[in-house]
Design a protein around this ligand. Structure first.
Ligand code: SF4
Ligand code: MG
Length: 326
């Protein structure tokens, strides 16, 4: 698939906080790219830069080959139509004073063509139906709905402008566990049917296994590994990716037995003063002296892209499970 969104050396600093510090990433048309990593790794900031809720401090964001890093007001209007976002907490992202029907119809204002009242209400009904809600919901207020229903409304709103790319920032993690799977399934079905590209920001690796085509792993504002889902799950090469996968619950009992829990221990270091060399060296179970001195660069090895000194060109390298047992 051709590339629809490209980040080139993206940087987003908030004063001294280096939230995103040089991320290069490509999202392919109609594919789901999962962006994973601990909270505080800069995932949400990447999403916000793509939607252009914030203006990056450096690097470039390109959508369909067009530079959208810095936009005028009218260019922003087009961008809002092309890229939308679903936030973690639907309660915080829906205006409580607006009827659901008006919430959903809002993105229609961005369209070139003015819609009649009838067309508008038809589009709202279709939008609600698409996310499994009845047309009557249009006349309710967000607080009258359950968390799961509210997130369906957010999804309906996000898809109203028929975006090229949807950024879904932990779309189920604020919801009751009982409805998480249903909302995730809905997102997966819509993605498959409509075919928009999706940046799926999450720390839930079982969701990644279910939904993603590609995986990008972030650590302290930088990418440490990227590849197809199959490749990254079968051959996690970066020690941090290995630690994330080892800590994740796995549905398949055969794989369950094989996994050894390797805890990362210490908290994520501060993004104000990231460790020298490889930023992961303070927590890496296989770090060597070189790791604190030299910054590893992302390079192609085997079927993926990895930034680790100990990964060989043929893709072989450290296994933190054996290191933990030794
Ligand atoms: Fe660990 Fe060194 Fe590889 Fe960083 S470069 S992940 S510290 S082995
Ligand atoms: Mg976040």
């Amino acid at each position: 698939q051709p590339v629809v969104l490209e980040l080139e050396d993206l940087v987003m600093h908030y004063g001294p906080v280096r939230a995103v510090d040089g991320v290069t990433l490509q999202i392919r048309r109609g594919q789901v790219t999962a962006l994973v990593g601990e909270s505080g790794s800069g995932k949400s900031t990447v999403g916000r830069c793509i939607v252009r809720l914030v203006e990056p401090t450096g690097g470039a964001v390109r959508l369909d080959g067009t530079d959208v890093t810095h936009l005028s007001r009218s260019q922003m209007r087009t961008h809002r139509r092309d890229v939308s976002i679903v936030f973690q907490d639907p309660a915080g992202s829906l205006d409580p004073r607006m009827l659901v029907g008006d919430v959903i119809a809002e993105p229609l204002r961005l369209q070139a063509k003015r819609l009649s009242r009838q067309e508008r209400s038809q589009r709202v009904t279709d939008g609600l139906r698409r996310v499994g809600l009845r047309p009557e919901v249009a006349k309710r207020y967000p607080h009258e709905l359950s968390g799961g229903q509210r997130q369906r409304v957010s999804i309906a709103r996000a898809l109203m402008s028929e975006p090229t790319l949807l950024v879904a920032d932990e779309p189920t993690s604020a919801l009751d566990v009982s409805v998480q799977a249903a909302v995730l399934n809905l997102l997966a079905d819509l993605q498959r049917d409509i075919g928009f590209a999706c940046l799926f920001i999450t720390h839930d690796l079982s969701a990644v296994e279910y939904l993603a085509d590609d995986i990008a792993v972030m650590y302290l504002g930088q990418l440490v590994e990227q590849g197809t889902r199959e490749e990254v799950f079968a051959h996690p090469r970066h020690p941090y990716t290995q630690a994330l996968l080892a800590a994740a619950p796995v549905a398949d009992p055969a794989r369950q037995r094989a996994r050894t829990p390797v805890l990362l221990g210490d908290d994520l270091p501060s993004a104000m003063d990231p460790p020298s060399g490889c930023r992961f060296h303070t927590r890496c179970p296989v770090a060597v002296a070189r790791c604190a001195e030299e910054v590893p660069t992302l390079r192609k090895v085997g079927g993926s892209t990895v930034a680790c000194h100990l990964v060989e060109d043929d893709g072989t390298g450290p296994d933190i499970r054996t290191a933990a047992q030794a």
